[in-house]
Design a protein around this ligand. Sequence first.
Ligand code: CP
Ligand code: NVA
Length: 305
Amino acid sequence: MKNIRHFLTILDLSKAEFQQIIKRAIELKAMRKQGQIFQPFPDKVLAMIFEKSSTRTRVSFEAGMAQFGGHAMFLSSRDTQLGRGEPIQDSAKVISSMVDIVMIRTFGHDIIEDFAKHSSVPVINALSDEYHPCQLLADMQTYWEHRGDIQDKRVTWVGDGNNMCHSYINAARVLDFQLSIACPQGYDPDSKLLEINADRVTVFRDINDAVANSDLIVTDVWASMGQEEEQLAREKSFAAFQVTPELLAQANPDALFMHCLPAHRGEEISVDMLDAPNSVVFDEAENRLHAQKALMEFLLNSSKE
Ligand code: CP
Ligand code: NVA
């Protein structure tokens, strides 16, 4: 019987596994920078199911699998039977019978859970409305490279209590850091997640209070994919929640700034924020490649008979 490992949320990894993946990502990155060819998966196929747009996730998974010597197949719901209502469980059984690993970007998290339940190969959550765990692997790799272990540090999330924020809450739990969340009333993260993690997660209404003593400031768009119609209302609600170099100056002196991208300059960040000295957003974006290669290697190797 095959023991299949999925990656649907950060909680699918132990602390040791999370750290092992980060360290391996750093190793794979160094190997690539040295021009080493490493192709452990020449016969493997990754299916990439996209029901939402993507730049980083698609490029990093597809390039990563190609670098491993394998093949990646882009499946848009627009051109497959998924978009015409074929049940998830049927799609999962069929697709997983032909490929070795699957990643899915979709709306409801239950869709990914349902797919994983009926899949005979590892399934990776490449973003759902509720979680974006792959981004956290890259973010935590980036923190490690610049500042070392994040344990006992303070991270501040600014903005919407969205999929990224939920994954930060899970990462705080697994990697043992403190998380301050600055968000306007009505945009809090999931109340159950807050309750379970009350020992390490605090919600603030004042952005200045939330960044005090922080080692990492993170933000994201005010309106996520699927919330386009709320854009104008959200611009009003979040007006006081813009991250600027001045705000970063109120955190600890070596505090870093991250954003999963795409960013909207003039909304959640000031026009100069991405280029500020402590901004590591482009390292963070590149690390999607290395972190997900380490993740795919981990899932493929630990899902063997
Ligand atoms: N950060 C991220 O997931 O980017 P994409 O939407 O471009 O994949
Ligand atoms: N919260 C954003 C993240 C994009 C990578 C969204 O879901 O659209």
